[in-house]
Every structure is written in C-alpha cells, then in structure tokens.
Design a protein around this ligand. Structure first.
Ligand code: NAD
Ligand code: TYD
Length: 339
C-alpha cells in the first residue's frame, strides 16, 4: 500500500507521517510539500532515513509536478493536509489561501481521477461550521450543521469541502472528509496559540491574548487526530464526512494561565490585545458519528497531552528557536507590533 501525504512537513501532516510509518511498516509513505514558511524539512529528519519514505518538494497547485509524482509512485491512498492554515494570516492576505486550499485541492483530485486511487481523503476543519454562542453549551457541531464560515481561511476550507463532495458525486471519486477541532502537540508551528504561548513564556515575553480571552476551542491531541484519519481511510464510508473532536472545551485565557503555571512563569506576562477580526466565539464538535461507525474516541486527556507537549517544546528548543529567529520575527512585528 502506498499512501501519499501532502503537507507532511507541517504540524499534523508530519505527525501523521510518523504515525503511519510506525503503525504500517510494510506501507510506503510519500510526502509532497512545497515547504512554505510553515513547512520544515528538519521535522522529517528521522522519516528521511526510512527506506519506506520519500519526499517531494512540490506545490500541490503544480499540476505537471503532481501528475509526475502520481505516475511514478502510483499512490493507493491520498491524504491532503497541505494548506495555508492560519486564520490571522488569511485576514492579512486571503489570496494564497484560495489558491492553495481550493485550487490545490482540485489539482490533487484531478490527479486522483487521472491515475486512479482507492481513496482521496480531505483533511478539513470544524471552522467550516462557523461558531457557536458562548451561552449555549448544549449546542455542538454535527455533520449536518450548515456550512457558515467566518474567516477567509475557513471559507477556503469550506470551498474545498464542497469541491470534494462535487467530485464524489459527479466523477465517483472515492472521497472522505474529516472536520477536526483544534489540535495541539509536537511540531506545532509557534504562530498558533499553544506553541506561541509556550515559546513566549519560556523567553519571558508578553503573552498576547485576543479580546478578553473568553473564546472557546475544543482541543485534541494530534496523535488522536492521526488515529481518526487512519480509521477513516481504511474503514470509513466513501462520500461521507466525519467530525473529529476531543470534547475538551477550554477558554483561551485558561489555557494561557495553565501554561504560565506549568512553566512557573507569572501571569503578569499576559497582555490583553485588540481582538481578531470576525473572531469565532466557540467551536465544539459532536464526534458521535465517528465513534458509532468507526469506534474512535480521543485517548489522550488534556492534562496528559499538555504535559507531553510542553515537555516536547522544552526538549526541542532548537526546532522552535530556529523558526522564531528567522522570517517569523517580521510576521510577529506585523501581527502584534501595534496591537
Ligand atoms: P501547517 O500550517 O502546520 O502545515 C501545512 C503544511 O502544508 C506545511 O508543511 C506547508 O509547507 C504545506 N503547504 C502549504 N501550502 C502548500 C502547497 N501549495 N503545496 C504543498 N505544500 C503546501 O498546518 P497544520 O496545522 O498541520 O494543518 C494541516 C491540515 O489540517 C490543514 O489542511 C488544516 O486546514 C487542517 N486542520 C488543522 C487543524 C489545527 O488545529 N492545526 C485543525 C483542523 C484541521
Ligand atoms: P489559533 O491557534 O490561531 O487557532 P484557531 O484560530 O484556528 O482556533 O487560535 C486559537 C485561539 O487563540 C483563537 O481564539 C485565537 C486565540 N489567540 C490568542 O488569543 N492569541 C494569539 O496570539 C493567538 C495566535 C491566538
């Protein structure tokens, strides 16, 4: 079996590459990633030593390049993680989000039609459902919740989902889609909440909390997401959408305070800054379908997952210090300088 993973040099994609190489020693895993600011080849250092792994530095929008890889590698399963993934950057510049997230998805599915595959899996997000009110803890996103996007990022992911459903219906492409809540864990790029707060706290830098920090996210340890995708690509029903979530809702401010406590840093580092435009209030997934159909449940409790994550960042300072010392500085100044 050959599994082609796009975006495998990013956060969730790399965790998935390692998960698959370990779980299926007889599978070939091919990674296609063009190494944007968010992709990091050093993340794949150990995978590159594995004879069952191959890496192609190719953009998913490059039709010719993608077709060549398909012709050579003949993948059975394609899992599309590659995307522009940061809401704040999508507010600053939406175009690349539309190009990569929508047109890139189209190229990947066209390649699947041209060369034939057993399964095309689209890694999507709960953000396609928009947000839930803070005062209705009884409400959750199900697969039937209407698409209702807030940011250019979520609009681009929702557009891709619609295209995937169209390719399934029109061309009979064997597709599945998963919509997951916020992930955390190793190799998370330090522009996102949890790794940004860990890195800033370790450097005794201010911790920028948007608005009042009351927004709620449903956090899932990245390995649990990888397990869910593994189940869907092997046992999921073609044409279906599966929600993946941890039933682990937390306010941003509580996460930041917890990180301060774990790192023994004062809460006086916290700064309440101008809110994100269009900021979604609450995400909360109902994962009943994937539980009933595929037996999936989140296995890592947040209390354990956050310890594992903090421990990883403490042991891998080179990985993130390298990132935050480069182009990231300009990004940080642009995004937070006058906030
Ligand atoms: P990430 O930003 O850490 O990684 C994205 C990877 O895709 C990078 O390695 C980057 O180089 C690559 N990439 C970007 N554009 C590309 C292109 N045009 N061609 C080839 N490679 C390209 O993202 P992530 O957090 O790992 O998210 C992966 C996927 O999961 C995305 O599709 C995202 O929408 C989805 N998702 C993420 C979360 C989350 O909490 N991070 C939650 C739900 C869904
Ligand atoms: P993020 O990690 O960007 O994920 P998403 O927006 O996709 O959920 O942000 C998680 C939450 O944390 C979101 O409500 C915005 C908030 N946030 C901050 O308060 N400060 C920050 O510096 C960042 C990056 C995020």
């Amino acid at each position: 079996m050959t599994v082609l993973v796009t975006g495998g040099a990013g956060f969730i994609g790399s965790n998935f590459v390692y998960y698959m190489l370990k779980k299926y020693p007889d599978y070939r895993v091919i990674c296609v990633d063009c190494l944007t600011y968010a992709g990091n080849l050093s993340t794949l250092e150990s995978a590159l030593k594995n004879p069952n792994f191959a890496f192609y530095k190719t953009n998913i929008c490059d039709r010719e390049g993608i077709y060549e890889i398909f012709a050579k590698e003949k993948p059975d399963i394609v899992v599309n993680f590659a995307a522009e993934s940061h809401v704040d950057r999508s507010i600053e510049g939406p175009e690349i989000f539309l190009r990569t997230n929508i047109l890139g998805t189209q190229v990947m599915m066209d390649a699947c039609r041209e060369y034939g595959i057993k399964r095309y899996h689209q890694v999507s997000t709960d953000e396609v459902y928009g947000d839930l009110p803070l005062d209705r803890p009884d409400l959750f996103f199900t697969e039937q919740t209407p698409i209702h996007t807030s940011s250019p990022y979520s609009a681009s992911k929702a557009s891709a989902d619609l295209l995937v459903m169209a390719y399934n219906r029109t061309y009979d492409l064997p597709t599945t889609i998963s919509r997951c809540s916020n992930n955390y864990g190793p190799y998370h790029f330090p522009e996102k909440l949890i790794p940004l707060m860990i890195a800033n706290a370790l450097n005794d830098r201010p911790l920028p909390v948007y608005g009042k920090g009351e927004n709620v996210r449903d956090w899932l340890y990245v390995e649990d997401h990888c397990k869910a995708i593994d189940l869907i690509i092997h046992n999921g029903t073609v044409g279906e959408v599966y929600n993946i979530g941890g039933h682990n809702e937390m306010k941003n401010i509580d996460i930041v305070k917890l990180i301060c406590k774990k790192l023994n840093k004062p809460e006086s580092l916290i700064r309440f800054v101008t809110d994100r435009k269009g900021h979604d209030l609450r995400y909360a997934i109902d994962p009943t379908k994937i539980h009933n159909e595929l037996g999936w449940l989140p296995e890592t409790r947040f209390a354990d997952g956050i310890d594992l994550t903090i421990d990883w960042y403490l042991k891998n300072t080179d990985w993130w210090e390298n990132i935050i010392s480069g182009e990231y500085r300009n990004y940080y100044e642009r995004m937070y300088g006058s906030r």
